[in-house]
Design a protein around this ligand. Structure first.
Ligand code: ZN
Length: 202
């Protein structure tokens, strides 16, 4: 379900990476609005883990709806704003570095640990403009989403989607869905878009 342009660029990226002994693998690619909605609603119900900014488990029952919404947004996108819905964004690991029997979990520990060499190489590729159109999006110091070095965005196509993104269209989609915490979301939509969405646009 990724855009053919994204896949094509990823193949070229892989070819270059292989020369260095890496084996980039997409851990998470396209995700539907419905899938993101399910994740959101399960978190809002306390059926799925909610983490604070340190990655520590928090208890849903101890959070107001507003606090709950803000906590979910640290690690999960509001449905309709996830870049994984675009077909341009991917979560990537280095399959060549995965130890036998190990299940990648996409964490910072991994990014600086087992996949550290791969990310260092990726840094230098991005810096020198040799990353085949891919860039990192969730970087430290930008917005409120936690740092995600593994998340890559295929810029040429993502840019087009960013340009056509409107709050009105998003509101319409959310109102038509059965999303939980909707009143809090709509009350804070400008803030959410500013801190969690458009600050990551190029
Ligand atoms: Zn991602």
């Amino acid at each position: 379900m990724l855009k053919p342009e994204t896949l094509n660029a990823f193949e070229n990226f892989c070819e270059e990476a292989k020369k260095q002994g890496f084996e980039p693998k997409i851990e998470s690619g396209w995700r539907s609005f419905e899938r993101q909605l399910l994740i959101w609603n399960e978190k809002a119900l306390g059926k799925r883990k909610i983490l604070d900014e340190m990655g520590k488990l928090v208890n849903r029952d101890e959070l107001s709806d507003l606090e709950c919404m803000k906590a979910i947004l640290l690690w999960s996108a509001l449905p309709g704003t996830s870049r994984h819905e675009w077909g341009t964004d991917i979560d990537v690991i280095d399959a060549a570095a995965v130890p036998e029997g190990y299940e990648a979990e996409l964490s910072l520990e991994e990014s600086f640990g087992v996949f550290g060499k791969f990310h260092k190489w990726l840094d230098s590729q991005i810096e020198s403009g040799n990353s085949f159109g891919f860039r990192r999006v969730f970087l430290p110091g930008i917005g409120r989403v936690q740092q995600e070095p593994w998340h890559l965005s295929y810029t040429p196509e993502a840019k087009k989607i960013e340009e056509n993104f409107t709050p009105e269209h998003l509101t319409e989609r959310l109102e038509k869905s059965d999303i939980l915490l909707l009143p809090k979301i709509l009350e804070n939509l400008d803030w959410i878009l500013k801190e969690h969405v458009v600050c990551y646009f190029e």
